[in-house]
Write a new protein. Sequence first.
Length: 247
Amino acid sequence: MKIIFLGTSHGVQAADRYCQSMLIETEQGSYIIDAGAPVMDCLIRLSYDLKKIKGVFISHLHSDHTDGLLGLISLANWYYKEMKFDVFMPEQGGIDGVGAYLSAVFKNSPNYPNDRIHMHLVEEGVIYENNGMKITAFPTGHMEHYQRPAYGYLLEAEGKRLYISGDLNGARIDYPEFLNEEPVDGFVVECAHFPAEALVEKLRSCKAKFVMPVHVWTLDKYDTIKSHAEELPFGLAYPKDGDCFEI
Ligand SMILES: [Zn+2]
Ligand SMILES: [Zn+2]
């Protein structure tokens, strides 16, 4: 299982970091986790085989995780007609909003609606099991103050397990407890909503083999995490935009 980091920034982009988006590649298909802008442009620059993409999974409806979605979907509707995939969003308002946008853009056009792109509502539990990939959604309290959902995703394929935290609750760093009990091969964790020292303390009991902080802000948090790397019971990597890791 390969992880290609398309964008690693926190809530806003920077000169060298796009907002959050990851491409997870397996032999049988590829999956986009979060669609920060400009996810489609990133795929085109990679000359990526767009037919491989089977699903797009949005962790929550903050713009740094969604701003690239409309570009991706609208291009898939009218130009890249070899694309066929499912989109999973955590709120019906997001699904309806995308539908309204596409209806306006493609009014009276034969390109939309079509049977290639389907949208689904995310709920807790297994949400996808297809093409050798199983994806399970775990709720986080990132948007609980607005009574809105947010999720992290466990991806299981090719005998590997990858957990992507999504954005977390700043007070609790509430990635799921199973990460302290069952090993995962990779753990991509955000680090914008709490102090880096608090994350390091929490991670001491994490059974992940490899931890990759992303969505890091402020950037001095990298130094804090790196200063503890020797004492932590897992490997650490610090992905930048365009980096690819295999787990
Ligand atoms: Zn975010
Ligand atoms: Zn967020």
